[in-house]
Design a binder for this molecule. Sequence first.
Ligand code: DAT
Ligand code: MG
Length: 140
Amino acid sequence: MTIERSLVIVKPDGYARGLSGEVLRRVEAKGYTLVALAVTTPTREMLAAHYAEHEGKPFYEPLLEFMSSGPVTAAVIEGQGCIPGFRALAGATNPTEAAPGSIRGDLGRDWGEKVQKNIVHGSDSPESSAREIGIWFPNL
Ligand code: DAT
Ligand code: MG
């Protein structure tokens, strides 16, 4: 596997619960390197670009509303295979189904809302990673 970069976001729920450090701890404990780090409240424009693939889905509007509701911690991480590797650390999208041991499995649950508040985002492919890093860290 080649050295890759992935965009990791600690979403507003994770940030508000004080889980940024716990997520970054797991990233570093796994052996990935932090390349860039920022706390920011994303604009709707950034989020529309970031989540373009989900436009039109029933959870799209609640997702943009939620993601723009407060600060997030955004990071670029680096390491061999870190794109699938961080997805494995994050666990399944639905925290109820995410395996114990994963971030979503250990730290998340169903809050009975329209959008899954699942603590973290991680890029799902090299193409997504390059696109997302361009949106969140245009100077990299
Ligand atoms: P992932 O974040 O695991 O890559 P995704 O890209 O399919 O998942 O969806 C993006 C986000 O949208 C996800 O983290 C939470 C929300 N979401 C996805 N599917 C959903 C659903 N069926 N109901 C509510 N929210 C959903
Ligand atoms: Mg996704």
